[in-house]
Design a protein around this ligand. Sequence first.
Ligand code: ACO
Length: 336
Amino acid sequence: MDFIQRIKDNARSYHKTIVLPEGTEERTLKAADAITQQGLANVILIGNPEEIHHLASEYYLENIGKVTIIDPENNPKKEEYIDLMVKLRGTKGVTREVAAEQLKNPLYLGAIMVKAGDADGEVAGAGNTTGDVLRPALQYVKTAPGVSVISGAFIMRIPDTMFGMNGMMVFADCAVNPNPSAQDLAEIAVVTGRTTRTLVEMEPKIAMLSFSTKGSASNPMVDKVVEATQLAKAMDPTLMIDGELQADSATVPGIAAKKAPGSPIGGRANVLVFPSLDVGNIAYKLVQRMAHAQAVGPVLQGMASPVNDLSRGCSVEDIVDLVAITACQAAAKDKQ
Ligand code: ACO
């Protein structure tokens, strides 16, 4: 079955609540209508209720009456959220006044609703930059226990089915950390392995990519990937992880046999961990465009509760899909 179809079927059975802070944004509103109509999640929209209802009737949306709307200017839980914010970040300068001001920003309100347990996850970014979406989540939702860096994975569906599992691969980090340390890279590998198991339902074969295969080049950038590979293996011995590998040694069995004999991956990697954001972001876009791959994501991983960021060029369908993914991430968190 198609990956997204399976994710939607699963999401439907979880009944999770997802907050969409950009409640007056056209694609978000249309997505909220479709998500409600398809029963993928309970939706909370943040925005002025009158404006949301006015827009819903302008766009002929029939399901907005069934979603919960929270007005940031008249939020019934304002005092409770301010208490929580000051408790969490009082030492970082968040006074009651600062918290009250932040709560007027729907992106902060959305993050606090997730932190307070009033929503299981958040999806935003149709009208805001990655940084503006991630910052409130990084400050208040924070990372999951044992994780210190969040990262962004893309689930790639490559038409040439010789790659990954029938063309299915996971690429990370393609969205967040410009210059990860060896420790960061190791964490990214382990968290991506877990995303691959829980979301893609595929047993990960993780390649730590470099411009060197098994010592063919020597450089501090190579040393970082070698160290990250050792750290990642120690962090989760249940995962199959190998490195440092060039992209062809990771994905082409014939090349792996020559350049990396004995590699447990044997040229059949289905998870690629890139040494920097430059490489990861450029690589996923090239594969998407030149190999006509479908790229689903970025799926943010490593947050204590799921928060996902949309591209500002997203379609209504992209938002619907990401909400379904977020609901599945929330369900996976419950099982941990
Ligand atoms: N993982 C976990 N926590 C983090 C991370 C991270 N990767 N980065 C920052 N934090 C934490 C900090 O520790 C800090 O916590 P504290 O306030 O409790 O001490 C908090 O988040 C804020 O940190 P800042 O350094 O002030 O965060 P900044 O404003 O620099 O923003 C951000 C962080 C948004 C992730 C930044 O690194 C960024 O913009 N990355 C690139 C995103 C991007 O442009 N990606 C490409 C486009 S996406 C695409 O093409 C799919």
